[in-house]
Ligand binder design. Structure first.
Ligand code: NAD
Length: 257
């Protein structure tokens, strides 16, 4: 029987590529996005997330085989924590009971190589405390002095949430692995502005060196996500898998582990 997989950010980039791969493999995708999706909802608001969860539960009749959270934004703003962190965690928590009802459920989220860069500790702490109002307020303050820290903060918080969540009651003990794919630079509409500006591209190349095969395409990231939510992944959970052409190793060196 066809698996039912919910995919956020399905209208563009990585989410769109993943939906195509899953559909071609015979899965039924329940796509979520702001528009052009089965479920149109704003994951940057609590109300939008609630409506997304309710609509997915209705479409999957309470039994969901997989969830992949791809939706995200990268422009510096307090919206970064609302979409990239709370838009992922609230959906995962809201859909967890439907995942637990499946025989071989799987979940995955999309992080970023940026999660290894300097963060604002208060933003990260507020996210992990599940305090969106505090995370947004602190983000507004950070905008004035170090806006470049907000995207890394949202992705670092997500990776830390993942490691706490994967072995919390209701996840590993319910047979639900949840992992993260952290891309380097991917050619999607999100990164198009960087490619359009030679100066920005040079900065990006220095910040994210990708000696293995250069920039990725959205289908490369989708393939890794597809494996993490496949039945073949029986024992991997709580991991951040860098699909980044060697960027993380280049930046952090050999002695991380
Ligand atoms: N492109 C890159 O270089 C790159 C690198 C590292 C990580 N990422 C991450 O990959 C993920 C996918 O990015 P992409 O490159 O495919 O970008 P994209 O802009 O092509 O697609 C993102 C999708 O998310 C949706 N989205 C944004 N805000 C939303 C909201 N409030 N509610 C619902 N949907 C919303 C957009 O409508 C869009 O369809 C993001 O989490 C991003 O942070 C991308």
């Amino acid at each position: 029987m066809s698996r039912r997989i919910a995919v956020t950010g399905v209208a563009s980039g990585i989410g769109q590529a993943l939906a195509r791969q899953l559909t071609e493999a015979g899965d039924t995708v329940i796509g979520i996005d702001l528009k052009d999706a089965d479920v149109c909802a704003d994951l940057g608001t609590a109300d939008g997330r609630d409506r997304a969860v309710a609509a997915v539960l209705e479409q999957c009749a309470g039994l969901l085989d997989g969830l992949v959270a791809c939706a995200g934004v990268n422009a510096p703003s307090p919206l970064l924590v609302s979409v990239n962190f709370f838009g992922v965690t609230a959906l995962a928590e809201g859909l967890r009971p439907a995942l637990a009802a499946a025989s071989a459920p799987r979940a995955a989220v999309v992080g970023s190589i940026s999660g290894t860069q300097p963060v604002d500790d208060e933003v990260v702490a507020a996210c992990l405390a599940d305090d969106e109002a505090a995370a947004v307020a602190r983000s507004a303050a950070v905008m004035a002095g170090a806006p470049q820290k907000l995207y890394p903060s949202s992705k670092a918080a997500l990776a830390q949430w993942l490691r706490r969540t994967c072995i919390a009651p209701g996840w590993a003990d319910a047979g639900i692995p949840i992992n993260c794919v952290a891309p380097g630079v991917v050619r999607t509409p999100m990164s198009a502005a960087l490619f359009a500006d030679e100066r920005m591209k040079a900065v990006m190349d220095r910040a994210v060196p990708m000696p293995l095969n250069g920039y990725a395409g959205p289908e490369d990231i989708a393939a890794a996500l597809a494996w993490l939510i496949s039945p073949a992944n029986s024992h991997t959970t709580g991991q951040v898998l860098y699909v980044d052409g060697g960027a993380e190793v280049s930046l952090r060196g050999p002695s991380v582990f």
